[in-house]
Design a binder for this molecule. Structure first.
Ligand SMILES: Cc1cc2nc3c(=O)[nH]c(=O)nc-3n(C[C@H](O)[C@H](O)[C@H](O)COP(=O)(O)OP(=O)(O)OC[C@H]3O[C@@H](n4cnc5c(N)ncnc54)[C@H](O)[C@@H]3O)c2cc1C
Length: 505
C-alpha cells in the first residue's frame, strides 16, 4: 500500500479519551504544537472515558476541601451528605488493600500526590465537577434529616458523567486550536533505533506517516479484543461482554512491545464488574454506564444452582465491584442472579431502571421464573436467614458490621439481614469487562521504559495502556484519575522533550 507523508507536530497524542486529551492540553500549555490521532469516527470519539461514570478518586481534606471544585449545581446535595477527609495515606491504604500491595509504589505516590491539583487544573480547563449522589442513591427517597455518608474516595464526578467529561475536554481542546484526526488508527510507531520519531496511521486506502518530536500513547488497553483477552486473561474471557468502547483493541500496546517496550503490571488481570445479563455485547453510547448492577451488597447473589459464591458485603461497593465480575464469570454460563426483598428494594441504584426485574411472591416461583434451581435457592435463603442476627443495626450507608453468623460460606460481612419480605425481586447479571490492568512499563515521568530498562526516547504513555497501577482489583475512580495525572505529566514531559530537541531521552 502507498505511504503518504503526512503532517508533523511537536507532540502527537494517540487516542482521544480522557488521558489523551489531558496530555494534549498539557503539551499545548508548554508551547508545543499538538496533533491528536483517534481510531474512531468523530461520532464515537472519547473511548471508554465517554462511557464512564466520570468518577475521579483523589486525595482531599473532606467536604469543605471538595466544595471549591464543584459547580453550584453540582453542590446541590452538599448539605445532605457527609464526606470524611481522604488523606493520601487513606488513598494509599485503599489501593494497597485492593491491589494486595503489588502496585508500583512510585507510580501510586505520584498518582495520589498530584490528584487534587490535577482536579483543580482540569477545572481550570473547563471540566465541571459535581457530587456523585444520585448515582449511589436517589436523594429524593432519603428521609428528611438523614444524611448520606459518601464514600470519601468516590464522591466527585464530572458533570453528566463520562459524556460530560469528554464534552468539556473536547471543548477545551478545540478552544486551544488542537487538531484531532478521526478514523486515524495508529498502525505502528516510527522508530530510529530506540527513539520514536513519529507514527504511521492506517487510512482505508493508504498509510500516512506523521512526524513527531515526541509521541504520547493514550490509546487504551486490550479489553475490546477477544483474541488478546483469551491470550492474557484465560479461557472464557474471549466471550465476555465489553462495557465500553469497541476501539481499544490493544494494537499499539502490542506494537510498542514489539519495538522494545517492557511490559508492566498485571497482565492476567482486568477490571470486570456485574453487568445486566441483557446488556449489549459491546458498550453502546445510548446506554453508557447504565447497565451496571452494583446494589449487590443489599442482596444475595446466587448461581444457577441457587448457591451463593461471594461475600456480597465484604466492603463498600467501590472497593469490591471490579472483582465481582470475575466471580460471576467463573459461574456456569457466566451468569448470576441478584435476589432482593422488599426491605432493600428502595435502595437500588437508579440505573436499575434500565433492567428487567423478575418478581414473584415466593422464592420457589421466583426460581422457576428465572430458570434456576428452586430447591437450591430456597435452601440457600433458609440457611442464610437462620444465620442472621437482629437487623436493628442495618445501615445501608455505612459498613454496618451486620455479619452473617457461623456456618455460612462465604460469609456476608456487612448488610446481612434475612431475605424474607415478599415479593422477591431478581436481576440477572453477567460479567462485563471494563479495562485491562497489564500495559507498558512507565516511570513517574510517563516515559515508556524498554526491556533494557532505559527510556525509549520521545515515547510516553498514560491511561489504560500504562501498566503497574492496578493488580487483582481496583478502587473506583482511580482509572480516570490515573489517566489524568499521568496525562498531564506525559504532555508536559513530551513537550519538553520535543521543544528541547529530544536530548533528554
Ligand atoms: C462503563 C464504564 C464506566 C466506567 N466508570 C468509571 C468511573 O466512573 N471512574 C473511573 O475512574 N473509571 C471508570 N471507567 C474506566 C475508565 O473509563 C477508563 O479506564 C478510562 O476512561 C481510560 O481512559 P483512557 O484515556 O486511557 O482510554 P479511553 O478513554 O478508552 O481512550 C482510548 C482512546 O484510544 C483510541 N484508540 C484505540 N486504539 C487506537 C489506535 N490504534 N490509534 C488511535 N486511537 C486509538 C480509542 O478509540 C479511544 O478513544 C469506566 C469504564 C467503563 C467502560
Amino acid at each position: 500500500m502507498e505511504i503518504e507523508q503526512g503532517p508533523r507536530a511537536d507532540v502527537v497524542v494517540i487516542g482521544a479519551g480522557n488521558a489523551a486529551l489531558v496530555a494534549a492540553l498539557s503539551a499545548k500549555e508548554q508551547g508545543a504544537s499538538v496533533l491528536v490521532l483517534e481510531a474512531a469516527p468523530r461520532e464515537q470519539r472519547g473511548g471508554n472515558s465517554r462511557f464512564s461514570g466520570g468518577i475521579f478518586r483523589f486525595a482531599h481534606g473532606g467536604r469543605d476541601h471538595i466544595a471549591p471544585l464543584l459547580t453550584e449545581e453540582g453542590a446541590t446535595w452538599l448539605d445532605r451528605v457527609t464526606i470524611e477527609p481522604y488523606e493520601p495515606h487513606r488513598f494509599r491504604a485503599d489501593i494497597d488493600l485492593v491491589c494486595q500491595g503489588q502496585s508500583d509504589p512510585d507510580l501510586i505516590t505520584t498518582l495520589i500526590d498530584t490528584s487534587y491539583d490535577t482536579m483543580a487544573w482540569m477545572q481550570g480547563h473547563g471540566v465541571r465537577w459535581e457530587l456523585v449522589t444520585d448515582k449511589l442513591f436517589d436523594p429524593k427517597k432519603i428521609e428528611p434529616g438523614v444524611t448520606y455518608a459518601m464514600p470519601p474516595g468516590g464522591a466527585v464526578r464530572a458533570t453528566n458523567e463520562g459524556v460530560g467529561l469528554m464534552y468539556d475536554l473536547f471543548n477545551a481542546v478545540e478552544a486551544q486550536g488542537i487538531e484531532v484526526l478521526y478514523d486515524a488508527p495508529a498502525h505502528e510507531l516510527l522508530m530510529d533505533g530506540a527513539r520514536c520519531t513519529g507514527v504511521r496511521i492506517r487510512r482505508p486506502d493508504r498509510f500516512v506517516d506523521v512526524g513527531a518530536g515526541a509521541v504520547v500513547l493514550a490509546c487504551g488497553g486490550f479489553e475490546s479484543n477477544p483474541e488478546l483477552r483469551l491470550r492474557y486473561l484465560g479461557p472464557g474471557w474471549d466471550l465476555v461482554k465489553v462495557r465500553g468502547t469497541r476501539f481499544n483493541m490493544g494494537s499499539m500496546l502490542m506494537h510498542a512491545l514489539a519495538v522494545g517496550a517492557a511490559p508492566g503490571g498485571h497482565w492476567g488481570g482486568a477490571h470486570a464488574s456485574p453487568l445486566d445479563a441483557h446488556a449489549p455485547d459491546v458498550g453502546e453510547l445510548s446506554l453508557t454506564d447504565r447497565m451496571s448492577r452494583y446494589s449487590y451488597p443489599y442482596c444475595l447473589l446466587v448461581d444457577r444452582d441457587g448457591n451463593r459464591f461471594v461475600d456480597e458485603g465484604e466492603d463498600e461497593v467501590w472497593l469490591t465491584y471490579a472483582k465481582t465480575g470475575w466471580a460471576i464469570r467463573a459461574q456456569k454460563g457466566a451468569r448470576a442472579w441478584q435476589i432482593f426483598d422488599q426491605k432493600t428494594i428502595n435502595l437500588l441504584e437508579p440505573r436499575y431502571s434500565t433492567g428487567t426485574p423478575v418478581e414473584a411472591g415466593s422464592l420457589e416461583d421466583l426460581a422457576n421464573k428465572l430458570g434456576i434451581s428452586a430447591e437450591g435457592l430456597q435452601q440457600t435463603v433458609a440457611e442464610f436467614n437462620a444465620a442472621c442476627g437482629p437487623n436493628d443495626a442495618f445501615d445501608p450507608f455505612h459498613k454496618d458490621g451486620l455479619r452473617s453468623g457461623a456456618g455460612i460460606t462465604p460469609p456476608k460481612s456487612n448488610w446481612a439481614q434475612p431475605i424474607d419480605k415478599a415479593p422477591y425481586v431478581a436481576y440477572a447479571v453477567t460479567c462485563g469487562i471494563t479495562f485491562t490492568y497489564g500495559g507498558l512499563k512507565i516511570d513517574t515521568g510517563a516515559k515508556v521504559i524498554s526491556t533494557v530498562n532505559a527510556p525509549l526516547g520521545g515515547l510516553y504513555a498514560t491511561g489504560e495502556i500504562a501498566g503497574g497501577f492496578f493488580y487483582h482489583n481496583y478502587a473506583a475512580g482511580s482509572g480516570l484519575m490515573r489517566g489524568a495525572t499521568f496525562g498531564r505529566i506525559a504532555g508536559r514531559e513530551a513537550a519538553a522533550h520535543a521543544l528541547g530537541g529530544g536530548a533528554a531521552g
